[in-house]
Design a binder for this molecule. Structure first.
Ligand code: NAD
Length: 259
């Protein structure tokens, strides 16, 4: 059964976040999406609205604590207390560790990990999730949050951080009936996946098609997951049937990771 709530999805203008917004909206929830690029957000919001999803789009960089405070205040003003938080915004990033710049390291950690802390803290403090009952926090981590990914030390470190944060906050909020879980996608066909293949093609001096073949060979199901398959797990975690699942990190990865 679905209790209808206000869902805040960070990074909802593309890929997995847009699919999550679509699924949650179709399930009857009111959805707020955010992203840094106003134009891309408006395009995504129109696409979602055309599919019948009630969506509010707010411009915000979730790696900036002040913008996160403004985002949550605006989301609550627009759609009421937040019952579901999906921390989805993220970026790829890596290279040979000896050659990584401070800027790249900091930006990957800020975007993927600090943001999850900032938004979760604000939604707990002023977003109303404690008041609505059966609150749900879902963090989009990665199988890279459980196993190291070659040439992606900052990304792997950030996603391991998200998994650790999830498990700790899940225990903290369990007495209030708020569940906190991580969803760990493996390879998912999104604009980020295209950028990742381009990066490896450059590093390995090969073609993107060869990289795709090599990645698919590692996945027991032999294919990338779809954004909708990840969104389906997120939607499940928002249902009453998932009320006893908390402090977990659940893979959606075609068998790529199995722990
Ligand atoms: P994507 O690039 O298609 O979408 C990322 C979204 O995050 C975009 O809407 C972007 O605007 C937003 N974003 C990035 N930085 C932001 C910031 N500072 N503030 C606000 N919004 C920001 O990527 P995706 O593949 O849909 O990735 C979504 C999440 O899934 C990420 O956390 C990513 O790490 C994770 N993930 C993706 C894959 C994959 O194979 N695609 C695998 C595992 C995990």
């Amino acid at each position: 059964m679905t209790v209808v709530r206000h869902a805040l999805v960070t990074g909802g203008s593309s890929g997995i976040g847009k699919s999550v917004a679509q699924r949650l909206g179709t399930a009857g929830h009111t959805v707020t999406i955010c992203g840094r690029d106003g134009e891309r957000l408006r395009t995504a919001a129109k696409e979602l609205a055309d599919q019948g999803v009630p969506v509010t789009a707010l411009t915000a960089d979730v790696s900036d604590p002040q913008q996160v405070r403004d985002l949550v205040a605006q989301a609550v003003a627009a759609n009421g207390p937040i019952g579901i938080l999906v921390n989805n915004a993220g970026r790829s990033g890596g290279g040979k560790t000896s050659e990584l710049t401070d800027e790249l390291w900091r930006d990957v950690l800020r975007t993927n990990l600090d943001s999850v802390f900032y938004v979760t803290r604000e939604v707990l403090a002023r977003g109303g999730i404690r008041e609505v009952g059966q609150g749900r926090v879902i963090n989009i981590a990665s199988t890279a949050g459980k196993q190291g990914v070659l040439l992606a030390a900052p990304y792997s470190a950030s996603k391991h951080g998200v998994v650790g944060f999830t498990k700790a906050v899940g225990k903290e909020l369990a007495p209030e009936g708020i569940t906190v879980n991580a969803v760990c996608p493996g390879y998912v066909e999104t604009p980020m996946a295209v950028r990742v293949r381009q990066g490896y093609a450059h590093a390995w001096e090969t073609t993107e098609a060869e990289v795709l073949t090599a990645f698919e060979a590692k996945i027991p199901l032999g294919r990338y997951s779809t954004p909708d398959e990840v969104a389906s797990m997120v939607e499940y975690l928002t249902t009453e049937g998932a009320a006893s699942i908390t402090a977990q990190a659940l893979n959606v990865c075609g068998g790529l990771g199995n722990f």
